[in-house]
Design a protein. Structure first.
Length: 178
């Protein structure tokens, strides 16, 4: 939610509902092991016993599970719980989760996967399979030296494909795509 959206939703809540949302959020992040010394240990242990399906092997925060936990604990609507969760994120980070997600650049491998869905990548995969088959055939029939020579020759042949992939990356980035 944007700040305007969660503010509009939370204006509809009573002070008692806002207090319940605040307590439920603290209970969730305490139960997940993200903070300590905010709530009594008895409350945290009781939540861990009552809601074991939220606890994973490693402590971690999950937006959807936080909202679900808050709905179960408070009995309030998912919209109220989502608004409180997003307002807390905004207060802590100074920006909404959507803004932070848009600002972060995807990883190199995410960009490779996106590019790999294109025609250039399918052609390159075929090229790579043919090269692997040629190297394997040379290894079986002629021995290690022939296979090494085949691999070197295929590497030189594969270089133009790698160059075209790199150019495709640059072209997409120049057009403003990620």
């Amino acid at each position: 939610m944007t700040p305007e959206q969660f503010t509009a939703v939370l204006k509809l809540a009573t002070p008692e509902q806002l207090d319940a949302l605040d307590q439920a959020h603290w209970r969730y992040i305490s139960m997940m092991g993200l903070i300590s010394d905010v709530l009594p240990d008895e409350v945290v242990e009781a939540d861990r016993k009552a809601y074991p399906h939220f606890i994973k092997s490693r402590p971690g925060y999950n937006d959807d599970e936080c909202k679900t936990f808050m709905v179960e604990v408070t009995g309030l609507s998912p919209e109220f719980c989502e608004a409180w969760r997003d307002q807390d994120f905004y207060t802590l980070h100074g920006e909404s989760g959507e803004d932070m997600g848009r600002r972060q650049k995807p990883s190199f491998w995410a960009r490779v996967r996106k590019l790999a869905s294109g025609r250039v990548a399918r052609f390159g995969l075929l090229y790579l399979l043919i090269g692997a088959a040629g190297t394997f055939a040379a290894l079986k029939t002629q021995g290690g030296d022939a296979a090494l020579c085949t691999l070197i020759i295929l590497s030189y042949l594969f270089a133009p494909f790698c160059n075209s992939v790199h150019k495709a990356f640059l072209a997409r980035e120049a057009r403003g795509q990620q």
